[in-house]
Design a protein. Structure first.
Length: 423
């Protein structure tokens, strides 16, 4: 039977609820190794892997099991569907055989409308509820469960109006978000410059190897943990690699340890600790460092982290600032070993040998006071921009959900009384 003949016509009323299995069917079209490799992103949908520099997943040499994707196909990352990692592809290419490639069975669902609909918050909630697995890190969404989800399917003309409306409105929001992201990037550059200028030595006699500024270095362990917070009394968590990215300690970046795990108290994280990330999937984040200013969870170090114990004549805050300057970053860049992925590793021997500016203890504290004041102003501006971005993205998600479920009339942008998708 031809593919066109295999397509079905879905009987339609204005906002009919139709199960996905009547709109799509799994495709097993594989063994196309010469096609372009595609990736699925929560924020972008289906795009060529080569278009992003932050994808460090290694493409295998044998691509025979990779599935063919054609424009209009729905591609689902089974492992991350509950986070919204799926989309209608505008590209031809291939994706990992671990993904689900779903080919349209009906012409009644327009690709642009389907892309917005299937990535809307109301559908992502359905994916989350139908995913199976013991813990979030093991959740999978399989077609058997996904195909039974009923979605609102208005008439084709209405779908086009909704898609046009959402394309226009989301483009405006995305443009505003992009401007704020550019502002943040500029502010972060200014922050680095302020720190670097304050830590510039008058002459080389003030530069000493880091090992002479330390009383010792600790490294953590890598136990099995769960992808949730240790937010119950008596529970413990192990810090993730990214807990100190961009010079700020984020204690929520951890995984909960099993209740029967025996904690080595020597690895417990305390206020005043200076923590350095020794590995990351992103080279620019290797060697990230921050001081622990507060802790409300019971946390231990992971094996991807170093804890630096400052010498008696070195202020811990000054040490943390020293590890956020451009002089330090240039030495990290030169010392990273490994080609890609978590192979980006900062050897302890290299870290100990890095030369840093060490003035007198009194001067260190004056520099710390100055940097705390100056960076607080910059951080406040960054915080406002990030808050704007968060609100804009919430508005974007809400607008999409309201439009694809019929809660607003896209011709006016106003709420449509009594015309919800569920009737």
């Amino acid at each position: 039977m031809s593919e066109q003949a295999n397509r079905i016509q879905v009987p339609q009323r204005r906002w009919e609820q139709v199960r996905l299995k009547w709109l799509f069917q799994p495709s097993a079209d594989a063994n196309r190794p010469d096609e372009e490799v595609l990736s699925v992103y929560r924020d972008y949908g289906v795009i060529p892997k080569s278009s992003r520099r932050d994808n460090f997943n290694v493409t295998p040499q044998n691509l025979d099991r990779y599935l063919l994707v054609r424009p209009g196909d729905l591609v689902v990352n089974r492992m991350k569907a509950w986070q919204g990692s799926l989309g209608i592809s505008q590209h031809r290419g291939i994706v990992s055989g671990d993904y689900e490639v779903l080919r349209p069975r009906s012409d009644d669902l327009q690709p642009r409308f389907a892309h917005h609909l299937l990535r809307s918050s109301v559908l992502v909630s359905e994916y989350r509820g139908r995913s199976t697995g013991i813990r979030p890190s093991q959740w999978r969404l399989y077609w058997e469960q996904m195909g039974n989800i009923a979605v609102p399917v208005p008439c084709v003309e209405e779908q086009r109006r909704i898609a046009d409306f959402l394309d226009r409105e989301t483009a405006q929001i995305d443009a505003l978000v992009e401007k704020q992201e550019q502002l943040i990037a500029g502010l972060r550059e200014r922050r680095v410059a302020v720190v670097s200028d304050a830590l510039t030595a008058a002459d080389d006699s003030f530069l000493v190897p880091l090992k002479y500024m330390l009383a010792g270095i600790d490294q953590g362990i890598s136990p099995q943990a769960e992808a949730r917070l240790a937010d119950e009394p008596g529970t413990w968590g192990v810090l993730k690699t990214g807990c100190v990215n961009r010079g700020t300690f984020r204690q929520e970046e951890h995984k909960r340890l099993p209740d029967d795990f025996e904690v080595d108290q020597r690895l417990a994280v305390k206020v005043g600790d200076v923590i350095v990330s020794r590995a990351s999937g992103t080279p620019a984040l290797v060697g990230s460092a921050a001081i622990v200013r507060s802790v409300r969870y019971n946390l231990i170090l992971s094996d991807k982290l170093f804890r630096l114990r400052s010498a008696r004549d070195v202020d811990p805050q000054f040490l943390a600032w020293s590890l956020n300057g451009s002089w330090y970053r240039s030495q990290v860049h030169q010392s990273i070993s490994g080609a890609e992925g978590l192979a980006n590793n900062l050897p302890l021997s290299s870290l100990r040998s890095f030369k840093l500016f060490r003035p007198t203890l009194g001067d260190q504290r004056r520099i710390v006071e100055y940097l705390n004041e100056q960076t607080a102003k910059i951080d406040a501006l960054i915080g406002k921009a990030e808050e704007f971005i968060g609100l804009a993205r919430e508005r974007r998600a809400a607008l999409i959900t309201e439009a694809v479920t019929g809660r607003i009339d896209v011709s006016t942008g106003k709420a449509r009384e009594g015309a919800l998708a569920n009737g």
